[in-house]
Design a protein around this ligand. Sequence first.
Ligand code: GRF
Length: 213
Amino acid sequence: MSVDRDFSVISPAVQWPIAQVEQVHLGVMASGNGSNLEAIVSAIACKQLKAKIEVLIYNQPEARVAQRAERWGIPTVLLDHRAFPSREMLDAAIIQTLLQSDVEWVIMAGWMRRVTEVLIDAFPQRILNIHPSLLPSFSGIRAVEQALQAGVKISGCTVHLVELAVDSGPIIMQAAVPVLPEDTAVTLQARIQQQEHQIYPQAIALAAQQIYS
Ligand code: GRF
């Protein structure tokens, strides 16, 4: 007997279109695959999000995100953390790159380094992060595995303003997904990422207008 399952998402409170007056100038920081960068670029290309990505900063030379950005004609800057003696010095180089690129909002999309007060103070209330859990649950690394181990029946993703403590700061937007009995970290992460790609561009539009609903 087949069991009907409801894969529907607990929808975000806000849906497109979000009326934006000004175009926002974004700098994206990423370390890996770059599917969230791709989702943001796609929302811009579809004219859902009124923004321009001025620069991608990445720290892993082999990161796929760099190839994705180059395909879209986005300037890329490699700042390999191993070349900097401290987190603060890496952050200072990041700030210099962002300012040279006229960035207003900093978008962390899978940036796998802890940021310091140096960066946070340079862009107060203007740094966003996306995390694959319903914060404040399961902050830190391996959030999807943490959720599976805890046996929660609902998980999801969160976009928030960045504060100093890891994965903390005012929440801009969340989406929830069911956790299914047969889920592995791979299947649950894929379901969560589908929602990340929906909410991150929307959250950027909201945050840029100071709408923290
Ligand atoms: C996302 O799952 C995000 O929540 C986490 O890092 C991952 C980045 O994925 N912070 P991608 O590189 O955008 O595909």
